[in-house]
Design a protein around this ligand. Structure first.
Ligand code: KG4
Ligand code: ZN
Length: 369
């Protein structure tokens, strides 16, 4: 089965062609055109500028993906597109293009939740068993990803702990009450004058080695000991702001920026890891997964892996490959494949996806269900 995936929810125009064959999922092409340099001067993503760039990019990106995969439109079996959540002007470019192709090529169309895509980025390249489990993409590891599983979703718009009893079944057991983790990285980077996107910039500064730490900075660990699985990062951002306002001249000092970046990153990582471990214990999960753009953060990956090993002897810890941590269209196609496998025998489903080109709504606040 050949699936064409499209993703335009934020500042990446992406298209991928994937094939499922012998219970294995093969990526034939994955094209991602990033708009970061156009948004960087504004310190964040400007929705209408994003839409304009998506409009310029979408057809060349799709054409490139088809060409790389050596696939003609007539060979495609299913078109999948991010339906939401995201920036509405950006999403509309992807969904309208997908609808046009679905109508023109007479192919079924499936709308996918962006976060479902991020979660399924963990399954890329794996051996697929849609009923229960998959083998880790790195087959040498032979990690079996058993359910129930817990996924820590950390992106620019979301911070959630998602409990999954089985494929495509989501229960949000905790989430941020204000800013998302990625949003906090971006806002703090702006305060520190590090530009956009903030996550990689802060991670880079935090890596800086110093002979002796000249500056002593202690930031809060918000909601670390709260009696639930919720998060809050807005106060942490304000704490960084107050700290820098105390001595604005130090914003030009590289060592100071490195120290505060490291402390901020450590605060976020510590809270995320501690809550994930506590939730995994309470819910008795067999697998812990990481998803979303912030899953590219090496310290988060390292400390979560270490903590899972320390706390459990029998829990698999799975993370997407770095190239699939950030927005891409492979994850959208893969989520669509699982949805297709689950529902393909149902007549109502087949009818629905056949008519989606005229029926489905693009939704900026689509919920995960
Ligand atoms: O998933 P994503 O690409 O887009 C959304 O769905 O929001 O996530 C983007 C977010 C941005 O906030 C960016 O700063 C953050 O992921 N990010 C990182 C890193 N790379 C990207 N945060 C921390 N460390 C990183 N290495
Ligand atoms: Zn994303």
């Amino acid at each position: 089965m050949l699936i064409l995936g499209i993703e335009t929810s934020c500042d990446e125009t992406a298209c991928a062609i994937v094939r499922s064959c012998d219970n294995r999922f093969e990526v034939l092409s994955s094209v991602v055109s990033s708009q970061i340099k156009f948004h960087a001067p504004w310190g964040g993503v400007v929705p209408n500028l994003a839409a304009r760039k998506h409009l310029e990019n979408i057809l060349p990106v799709i054409q490139k993906a088809l060409k790389k995969a050596r696939i003609a439109p007539k060979d495609i079996d299913l078109v999948a597109v991010t339906q939401g959540p995201g920036l509405i002007p950006a999403l509309l470019v992807g969904t309208q293009t997908a609808k046009a192709f679905s109508y023109l090529w007479q192919k079924p169309l499936l709308g996918i939740h962006h976060i479902e895509g991020h979660i399924y980025a963990n399954f890329i390249g794996g051996k697929i068993d849609v009923s229960s489990k998959i083998q880790s993409p790195k087959s040498k590891q032979k990690t079996t990803l058993n359910f129930p599983l817990l996924c820590l979703v950390v992106s620019g718009g979301h911070t959630q702990l998602v409990f999954m009893k089985k494929h495509l079944h989501y229960e949000i057991i905790g989430q941020t009450v204000d800013d998302a983790a990625g949003e906090a990285f971006d806002k703090v980077a702006r305060i520190l004058g590090l530009g956009y996107p903030g996550g990689p910039a802060i991670a880079q500064k935090a890596k800086l080695k110093m002979k002796n730490e000249k500056f002593k900075i202690k930031l809060p660990r918000p909601m670390l000991n709260s009696n639930n699985f919720n998060f809050s990062f807005s106060g942490l951002k304000t704490a960084v702001l107050y700290e820098t306002q105390k001595h604005p001249q130090l914003l030009k000092n590289n060592e100071y920026i490195a120290t505060i970046s490291r402390e901020f990153q450590q605060s976020v990582v510590e809270v995320l890891v501690k809550k994930t471990i506590a939730a995994a214990k309470k819910y008795g999960v067999k697998t812990i997964m990481l998803a979303g753009g912030v899953s590219a953060n090496k310290e988060l990956r390292r400390q979560l892996t270490q903590s899972v090993r320390k706390n459990f002897s029998d829990i698999a810890c799975q993370m997407p490959r770095a190239e699939y941590s950030l927005d891409n269209a492979v994850m959208i196609a893969l989520a669509a494949f699982f949805r297709w496998e689950k529902n393909k025998e149902k007549k109502t489903f087949q009818n629905k996806i056949k008519n989606n080109w005229k029926n489905f709504d693009t939704q900026s606040n689509l919920t995960l269900k």
